[in-house]
Each structure stands twice: as structure tokens, then as C-alpha cells.
Design a binder for this molecule. Sequence first.
Ligand code: SDX
Length: 394
Amino acid sequence: ETGYFTYDPGFTATASCQSAISYIDGDKGVLLHRGYPIDELAEHSDYMEVCYLLLNGELPTAEQKAGFVDTVTRHTMLHDQMNYFFRGFRRDAHPMAIMVGVVGAMSAFYHDSTDVDDPHQRMVASYRLVAKMPTIAAWAYKYSIGQPFIYPKNDLSYSERFLDMMFAVPAESYRVDPVLAKAMDRILILHADHEQNASTSTVRLAGSSGANPFACIAAGIASLWGPAHGGANEAVLRMLNEIGTVDRVDECVKRAKDKDDPFRLMGFGHRVYKNYDPRAKVMQQTCHEVLDQLGIKDDPLLEIAMKLEKVALEDDYFVDKKLYPNVDFYSGIILKAMGFPMEMFTVLFALARTVGWVAQWNEMIQDPHQKIGRPRQLYTGPAQHPYVPIHKRD
Ligand code: SDX
């Protein structure tokens, strides 16, 4: 009944590319960034150092790190006219919609760093994206709650500066809690890069046509937004709130196994990991540490999540399908405890992942053999046949 191929529901397209940035062993639950295990980076490094590693291929010396941080710090401000760009949105616009719009608009404000064939312009665009994402993210939040924008304070660290722009208000003095700054930095590390996931593949495909880097990153943000991808962290919290109490966990795990029930365990499963996502392990440990340091005892959402994980990992459906918690399962609980609204969770994922997108974009652009991405298909439509005039159609 078709022309050439019969539809195959099991067919999955794999955009293939070569990359030296991140490595995942899905069966063993291993993630390396330029060869360094993610749990060691989360334990011993900081986000700026991981950014340098992803962009440059090696951990920096103290001098290299200081120079990198200094350059990023000097790019944190936005072109003042971008202020007005935010004001074009409704106050209730989802901050991810603002991120897609404002980051895409950067190509109009920073057109002196859009020539992808110019190594200097590529470098400036890379610095601008890593440096300005926290400002754009924080201002998207401030705009949504009707508070004035807080300008970046360049005497603060990357994570401190972001938290200050998020939560400071002009009328009061605000000091960033070091517990929150450390947790923020670790969460950013855990989301920095992840091989050829949907949004990174989107950035690579957009970049392969020679589109400017700001437009490519905006495309990546759009792809990340989906609940099956970066939007899962927001969806996990909505799920935990829907479950409501630990007593309802068993019933909900049962629903998640029912193909006819739309209820899915968000934060569970992964295209590549068929073992525990190594980031989820660190995230769970960080969750306990942060709640403890913030004096939050018996957080009901954490209790539900822990029960959910226990029940699912003892259930044949999840064991047989190798469904384990992924990076999104615990992150929302920490972010909520830190004061972030759910709508900002995926924005934080995009903020953290920008360095991974930029590193992968640079790697693709600098590959002398790279060509425009052009995935092919298996055609399952009708065979060729002649045009039928409308008066002869029944
Ligand atoms: C991220 O790719 C990346 O690296 C992404 C990411 C990154 O850092 O960039 O790691 C970030 O996106 C993590 C994933 C966040 N998404 C969620 O947590 C949403 C909930 N998870 C699912 O929707 C799902 O697991 C996906 C989308 C992540 C993967 O879906 P697939 O491709 O269907 O997974 P699969 O092929 O391994 O599924 C095997 C089976 C399927 O059942 P069958 O068709 O074989 O009968 O398991 C089922 C799936 O339907 N399944 C689930 C499930 N996830 C998969 N059943 C119930 N609950 C789930 N969460």
C-alpha cells in the first residue's frame, strides 16, 4: 500500500557526528567530559572551570582560569536596548518563551560576532553566550514578577552573580547564601553537556547551515523546552505535587505502567542510559545536603520522590525496561528549596547547557570536513501516480 517502505514504529533516526567533548556509556551509567568523570567534576571542580574544560579541551591552569573568568565577567551586561525587548512580552509569558526570543534577538544586537567563518567573532560570541545567559534568565524571571532588573555584579562569582540577579531587590540589602551558591554551581555542572541529546543535535543541525551562533542556541533552547527533554524537571515537580502523598505512590507507579494511562514517571528513563544516570546520583546526594543545610526536614516532595524511586526500581516493568532516575528526577526538589519557581527550572537547564551547546557548535564549525546536516528518511508514502483533475475525484 506504500511506494517503497512499510512504516516501522521501531525505526529511530540517529544524527551521527564525531565529537571529543563528552562520552556516555549508557549501560554502565558513565558520563565523561573531555575524559573526566562527571562525579569527580561535580565534587572537585566549579562551573567556570568546567566551561573552560568543555570549550578548550583541558582543565585550565590557575592563570588560564583567572583569565577565562575575567573575560566571561566582562561580558555579563546586556546591550541596554535589549531591556525594551523583554517588555514586548506579556508578564505571564513562560520564561522559556522569553529565553528563545531574547537569545535569538542577540543576533540583532551583537552582529559584530555573528560571522561563523571568523575565529575571533566565534570566540566573542561564545563568551557572550556563556556570560549573558544568567542575566537574560534572571531578567526573564524579574520581568515575570514585575520587579526591576538587577544588574550583574562583577565582584561576585558566576553562580553568586546569577542568584543575586534572581533574588536581590533594590530596596533591601541581599547577601548570597554560600550554601545556595555552591548548590547552584554543582547543578550547573551536572547540566553542562550531554553528548548528542535532542537540543545539542538541534544546535549542530542549525549551525551546519552556517546560521549565526545566537540563532543556533535559540533553536537549542526551543528544543530543550519539551517535557520529554529539559522540560522534564518542571514536569517532575508537577508530577510529585499531583501524587501528593507517599500513600499514593504505589497507585501512580501502577498508572505509569498502563499504556492507556497518559501518566508517565517524569524524571525516569533515558534514550541512552539503561542504568542509573550518574548525574542523578550526584543530584540526589546534593538534594539531601542542601535541604539539610537549609534546615528543611522531612520535605514531603523528597519523601515522595524517594518512595517513588524505591518502588519503581523494585518493579519488574521498570527493571525490565531499564528505566532509572535521570538528571531531572531530583533537580526540581532542590531548585524549589532554593526559591526558584517551577517555570524557571528549564531556564536553569538552558543556562547550564549553553556552554555545552557552544562547545559542540564550535567543534562542528571548526571541523574542516563538516557539511550541512541533511538527515534522510525511509519513504512510506504512495508510489508515483498521475494527477487527477478535480472533476474526476470522487
Ligand atoms: C533529558 O538525551 C539526553 O541526553 C537528554 C538529557 C540531557 O542531559 O540532555 O539527559 C536530559 O532529557 C533527560 C530525560 C528527561 N525526560 C523525562 O524524564 C521524561 C520521562 N521519560 C520519558 O519520557 C522517556 O524515558 C524518554 C523520553 C526520556 C525516553 O523515551 P523513550 O525513547 O521511549 O525511552 P525508551 O525507548 O528507552 O523506552 C523504553 C520503554 C518504552 O516502552 P515500550 O514502548 O518498550 O513498551 O520504556 C517506556 C517506553 O514507553 N518508558 C516509560 C518511561 N520512559 C520510557 N514508561 C513509563 N515512564 C517513563 N518515564
